[in-house]
Design a protein around this ligand. Sequence first.
Ligand SMILES: Cc1cc2nc3c(=O)[nH]c(=O)nc-3n(C[C@H](O)[C@H](O)[C@H](O)COP(=O)(O)OP(=O)(O)OC[C@H]3O[C@@H](n4cnc5c(N)ncnc54)[C@H](O)[C@@H]3O)c2cc1C
Length: 361
Amino acid sequence: MRALVDEKIRHMPAAQRAQSWTGFDANFSEHLGAAGFIGMHWPEHYGGRSCPAIERYIVIEELLAAGAPVGAHWIADRQSGTHLINYANPSARNACLPGIASGKLFFCIGMSEPNSGSDLASISTRAVRVDGGWRIRGAKLWTTHVTRAHMMIALVRTSDADHARHQGLSQFLIDLSLPGITVNGITDQTGEKHFGEVFLDDVFVTDDCLIGTEGEGWQQVNDELSLERSGPERYLSSYRLIPEFLDTLQVDADDIGACTLGEIVAELWTLRQMSMSVAGQICNGADPSLEAAMVKDLGATFEQELPHRIQACLDGGEDNIRYAQLLPVLDYLLNAAPSFSLRGGTREILRGIIARGLGLR
Ligand SMILES: Cc1cc2nc3c(=O)[nH]c(=O)nc-3n(C[C@H](O)[C@H](O)[C@H](O)COP(=O)(O)OP(=O)(O)OC[C@H]3O[C@@H](n4cnc5c(N)ncnc54)[C@H](O)[C@@H]3O)c2cc1C
């Protein structure tokens, strides 16, 4: 893994590596797929290697620590593929999984909408049953990599629930090249068009695009969110700063810098233990949604504060030559960090889940 990453990204600038799991490079994904590092924990007949999930975890850690541009296949490898294995019918699985594992088929997550983010059950995109399938109408927003993805797994309403809003929701596999779909990129604070909006205007999908059971989308989407919330990417988004900061200390170490680095590494290691424990629970078929929410909340706080903690250690001489490598990374992460506690569920929502799980509300 290290040899492959070194061969492919040896010359990639540190600021680009700082984009980490949002950095999109279709060629890199294809190389990784050809080397057998995507969908490694899936069965062989879907293009996987039946590896224990923990092996995949280790590979992912290596990729993130190196700042490899894994964004193109990230969502499909992390959650969409496993979700299809868990819930989709055989034709959808056979149509998608080998393409994902080869690093050529990219997915995005169609949950949030213009008026529904935290309150996901209030979505208004709707699928209506028609001859041979469904017609879907509505809009999705903040959809990561939607301008470059091929497929979306979308949560939509398929029936009205009188009192229980969490009923009547379903998930669909949507090919983004279908007629009736319009996609626009949205520029974020770092200047990247990393996410976007999707309009679905009576898009027809066949019956086998229904994922799982009609009306059970809420439980399914929560299972999907457990896959999304606890991986090493939830505390490694600002990781690039650590080796760059270490390099500056090797030129000229001071006590404040050394102590800060020690604290950071100790916290990082604790988060790693927590995150690996959730990976172990998923491996054993448990439902760690509460623990996953804790890792995401603590991890997002850690990776969000990291740029500010390191900035506070720069001795006021930001024109100092020893910061030349560090500053572009710091600049990018200071701009990107506010989103870390929004994407994948906001801090307040996660703390609500944790409080409920602990019986506090
Ligand atoms: C970088 C990035 C990538 C994203 N990628 C995707 C993606 O690929 N797919 C996708 O579907 N979505 C994606 N999102 C959207 C993300 O999931 C939502 O932004 C998030 O869930 C919050 O929803 P919202 O933006 O509508 O804010 P709101 O839900 O309107 O929340 C606004 C504020 O109010 C607070 N709040 C809301 N409800 C409560 C409550 N009950 N109690 C206390 N506080 C509350 C929130 O915590 C937040 O601070 C992405 C977002 C970002 C920033």
